[in-house]
Design a protein around this ligand. Structure first.
Ligand SMILES: NC(=O)c1ccc[n+]([C@@H]2O[C@H](COP(=O)([O-])OP(=O)(O)OC[C@H]3O[C@@H](n4cnc5c(N)ncnc54)[C@H](OP(=O)(O)O)[C@@H]3O)[C@@H](O)[C@H]2O)c1
Length: 358
């Protein structure tokens, strides 16, 4: 969706209402949410500076804006000098950096807490007026998941270093490059079943597994853009969720329908996820000690199983997309546009023929 620049409020000069020639620095701009956000900010007239570890991997962002509107600068979330250089002269900063699993080199604490704190401190020292920090729905200091605990610690660190920061907690984000529906689409393509995990007997009420409220990446990008543009959002925390709550069985039914695979949807106990996740996690820590070996992302870690089990729906106590004037987009509207790549080739061809013959 497109969102017009929001005006500053009378007497409040801490927002960035007039975007002409305003400079914004984004950390984590090369990721899934980042690529949509860079495009949205550029369309609103911001000059966008994307701070990345590897500039070559972020060149794809350049066409998202006019000539010279998007600049790539090298920065590491663990290097204060590079962060300071990246925020120098910026009117606003957005911190999107996040990881889904830990490795020998990067832990949740170093990325979600220390990294977020370094960005917030650097933004404060540089006199940046607006900071938006992207956390996650379910961030909680008492969570059984270390991902969720580290996100809560990051929020605290940011609020201490930059009290007027806006904290955004998105639910599971969906969109063409997501790691959620695409992952299940890929499973539907490769396996004869679509498994999900549940604490209850699958066919009893409530046996559809944990509940989720996925939010569209375009809505998240629009909300973050509004957050940096309007001082009304200073110092507030938002939970960004989609319009509908689904359990895992509902999600698998969407995947089945859109991939035209008609797989059997099978509820399994969590142990079926936990045991392999622990075994592969143990092997991974051993292999990681061999320096030249570079590992692919793990399929599921024990911490991700813990997170999955909790589900991910709005608490109902914090404002959401409506506070930005955004009507949440339903998964059913967008997911079909990209899950179709997992359809059997014959079905795709048949559809094309039907379409051509009217
Ligand atoms: N996607 C979701 O469903 C979802 C849900 C809730 C919250 N969030 C949060 O939203 C934010 C953006 O998510 P996303 O889906 O866009 O994530 P993503 O696609 O994995 O992108 C993460 C970004 O962080 C950067 N990054 C990771 N580790 C870094 C490090 N050590 N130093 C510097 N940069 C680093 C990555 O750069 P490289 O390319 O260099 O690795 C990438 O640009 C994250 O904070 C995430 O936790 C996402």
């Amino acid at each position: 969706m497109s969102l017009k620049a929001l005006p500053e409020k009378d007497g409040d000069t801490s927002g960035c209402g007039d975007m002409a020639d305003k400079l914004i620095t984004i950390f984590g701009g090369s990721g899934f949410v980042g690529r949509h956000l860079v495009r949205t900010l550029a369309s609103q007239g911001w000059r966008v500076r994307v701070a990345v570890r590897d500039i070559r991997k972020a060149h794809f962002l350049k066409p998202a804006g006019d000539l010279g509107q998007i600049a790539l600068v090298p920065a590491s979330i663990s290097d204060p000098a590079s962060i300071a250089a990246a925020v120098e002269g910026a009117d606003a900063v957005i911190s999107l950096v996040g990881i889904l699993y830990e490795s020998r080199k990067r832990t949740f604490e170093t990325v979600h807490e220390k990294g977020a704190e370094l960005v917030a401190r650097a933004a404060m020292s540089a006199g940046v007026r607006r900071l938006v920090h992207v956390s996650a729905l379910g961030a909680n200091a008492n969570s059984p998941s270390s991902y969720a605990r580290s996100k809560a610690a990051g929020e605290r660190a940011v609020a201490t270093a930059f009290p007027s920061a806006t904290i955004i907690r998105p639910s599971v984000v969906f969109g063409p490059e997501d790691g959620f529906f695409n992952r299940f689409g890929s499973i539907a393509q490769k396996l004869p079943v679509l498994p999900f995990f549940t604490d209850t007997i699958p066919h009893l009420p409530g046996g559809g597994g944990p509940k989720f409220q996925p939010v569209y990446v375009g809505d998240v990008a629009a909300a973050i853009t509004a957050a940096v543009s309007d001082p009304h959002h200073l110092g507030k925390t938002y939970e960004l969720v989609g319009p509908r709550v689904y359990d895992m069985r509902d999600i698998m039914q969407i995947v089945n329908r859109e991939t035209m695979r008609n797989r059997a949807i099978v509820g399994l106990p969590y142990l079926a996820a936990e045991i392999p996740a622990r075994i592969f996690g143990f092997i991974r820590t051993l292999v990681e000690k061999i320096p030249p070996v570079s590992l692919r992302a793990p399929f599921l870690t024990p911490d991700q199983v813990a997170l999955l089990r909790l589900g991910n729906v709005a608490s109902g106590t914090l404002p959401g997309l409506e506070a930005f004037g955004i009507t949440p987009t339903a998964a059913e509207v967008v997911v079909p546009t990209y899950l179709k790549r997992f359809r059997p080739i014959q079905q795709t061809k048949r559809l094309r023929l039907q379409h051509r013959n009217g």
